[in-house]
Design a protein around this ligand. Structure first.
Ligand code: F6P
Length: 545
């Protein structure tokens, strides 16, 4: 048995030893539990005391991380080694936010000067849009910035632009078009004036079907309104593929480059963040990068026992592999983080949704959980019923800011009270005895109380972690994203999978390409399975009717 397998075995035994202990009992037995199982980094607090762990659990998990070589892989990543084996690439989103005097080499060449150069170019462009030095073809300033991209070329900027709404320059509005469904572009363009609209075509490969279709459609719309000659003034492109950008017709000066060692879902820190930099300005974008850098330093330097992303990853491994929980909810009590769960879905599920190891063998343990969520309090009125009383235990992360940007009555206190109450309810639950007591106190007769009590009983013992911070500003958003990036990294390292490729998205793309001419009626529906053929024909009949 390998050392990691032996540790998983010990963890399973250890869990059995905890079966009789409820979270309530653990809190009752240890008045220091919160202090013992929480870590602070400046104003940022990670509290994992409401997960069923003991000092022995943490020690075993840390031993597992060490045995799995998490620290070595982490250092190799920061050094620029090609840890993305299947694509033979370095993984250097951390270099994008490194200090300007850092030195990070790929194939012997320092990448920092290129990063600085490209960022300076993007900032000049952003400032030009913001201060009106860059104008549209008819001499008007830009009021609307449309980012056309999908996956990592959309989710990051779209999520961050919403999260940082208070920092967006007055008079500027960001729009994010991703879906190949023409409704997405049509609904966006309906509101816009071509004279004041700037399009940013964001695609690492510049071949992605959805993005290219939307980019060409946007270009037709612009040329239709202002003439072909106006296109150049209203388009910019962000990519690693210089030739394809040139072929699309964007000039060198309006092309912003990044590199193959930036994974799509890790690219918000690169010029993929241009839409965000335009909206919030370079100074705020710098603060966003600096926030991520703080977490990089912490991840690199703090011992695993006090290392927030490492602990986040290890608690996740405990839940996924030892407790057998298949899902992970993300519940931001921060409305502007509404898109954060969707962002984390790509970050986590595209990174760790794998079934073979880094060397192509079947994995020994379950890998990435299903990640999902919605902001509180809205989720409370939708799916929390299942979280409290459903048959599956779903660990949740609860995120909250001490201070709001806007003081609307006492609503922030109400929001925080709800966040705290949910964590408490998940942890404590309510025993049948307590339910009966409550019913009796409300004057319900004994027979009815007995009938109702099972429905009003909550099992509790449902784990949550809390992340609390002062305020959702650019620095904090940078810190939050980097925390989750490194959490995902730690888990991928323990599972010995490559968290940086995404071959699983290819098959669907290939089949879609084969189906396009069939759906368009240009090719016969041959060679398809019975169901797909039946669906093609049904849709065809409906269109013809
Ligand atoms: O869906 C797969 C994927 O390759 C993602 O990893 C990526 O973020 C997205 O497509 C978009 O790719 P691109 O930036 O090359 O258009």
């Amino acid at each position: 048995m390998s050392t990691t397998a032996a540790l998983f075995h010990r963890l399973a035994e250890h869990r059995r030893s905890l079966e009789g202990a409820s979270l309530r009992a653990l809190f009752d037995a240890d008045p220091e539990r919160f202090e013992r199982f929480s870590v602070t980094l400046d104003d940022l607090l990670f509290d994992y005391s409401k997960t069923k762990v003991t000092p022995e659990t943490v020690a075993l998990l840390v031993e597992l991380a060490r045995a799995a070589g998490v620290e070595e892989l982490r250092d190799a990543m920061f050094r620029g080694e090609k840890i993305n084996l299947t694509e033979d690439r370095a993984v250097l989103h951390t270099a994008l936010r490194a200090a300007p005097d850092a030195r990070v080499r790929v194939d012997g060449a320092d990448v920092i000067p290129d990063i600085q150069h490209e960022r300076a170019k993007a900032y000049r462009f952003a400032n030009g849009v913001r201060n009106g030095a860059l104008l549209g073809a008819t001499g008007e300033t830009f009021t609307d910035v449309v980012n056309i991209g999908i996956g990592g070329s959309d989710l990051g900027p779209a999520m961050a632009a919403l999260a940082l709404t208070p920092y967006v320059q007055k008079g500027l509005k960001g729009h994010f078009v991703s879906n190949v469904d023409g409704a997405h572009l049509a609904d966006t363009l309906k509101e816009l004036e071509p004279t004041r609209t700037l399009f940013l075509v964001a695609s690492k490969t510049f071949t992605t079907q959805e993005t290219m279709a939307n980019a060409h459609a946007a270009r037709r719309w612009l040329a239709g309104g202002l003439g072909e000659a106006a296109v150049g003034a209203h388009f910019a492109a962000i990519s690693t593929n210089v030739e394809a950008v040139e072929a699309f017709g964007v000039s060198e000066g309006r092309m912003f480059r990044f590199w193959d060692w930036v994974g799509g879902r890790y690219s918000i820190w690169s010029v993929i963040g241009l839409s965000l930099a335009i909206l919030i300005g370079p100074k705020n974008f710098d603060a966003f990068l600096a926030g991520a850098r703080e977490i990089d330093e912490h991840f690199r330097d703090a011992p695993l026992e006090e290392n927030i992303p490492a602990l986040m990853g290890l608690i996740g491994v405990w839940h996924r592999n030892v407790c057998g929980y298949a899902a992970q909810a993300v519940l931001p009590y921060d409305q502007r983080l509404a898109r954060f769960p969707a962002y984390l879905q790509q970050l986590d599920m595209e990174s760790n949704g794998k079934s073979v190891t880094r060397h192509g063998h079947p994995v020994a343990a379950a890998t990435g959980p299903l990640v999902w969520g919605e902001p509180g309090t809205n989720g409370q009125h939708a799916f929390y019923q299942l979280l409290h009383q459903g048959t599956n235990v779903i660990p949740a992360d609860i995120l909250m800011a001490a201070t709001p940007h806007e003081h609307v009555g006492d609503q922030h206190a109400m929001l925080l009270a709800n966040a705290l109450a949910q964590g408490e309810a998940f942890m404590r639950g309510r025993t049948e005895g307590e339910a009966l007591e409550q019913l009796a106190a409300a004057g319900v007769d004994a027979a009815q109380a007995a009938a109702l009590a099972p429905h009003k009983t909550f099992p509790g013992d449902r784990p949550t972690c809390a992340l609390a911070y002062r305020v959702l500003d650019p620095r904090t958003l940078g810190r939050l994203i980097a925390l989750y990036e490194h959490k995902v990294f730690v888990q991928g390292a323990i599972w010995n999978i490559n968290s940086f490729d995404q071959w699983g998205v290819e098959l669907g793309k290939e089949l879609a390409n084969r189906l396009i001419p069939i759906v368009k009626g240009e090719k016969p529906a041959t060679g398809l399975d019975g169901s797909t053929r039946g669906l093609v024909r049904h849709l065809e009949r409906l269109r013809e009717a």
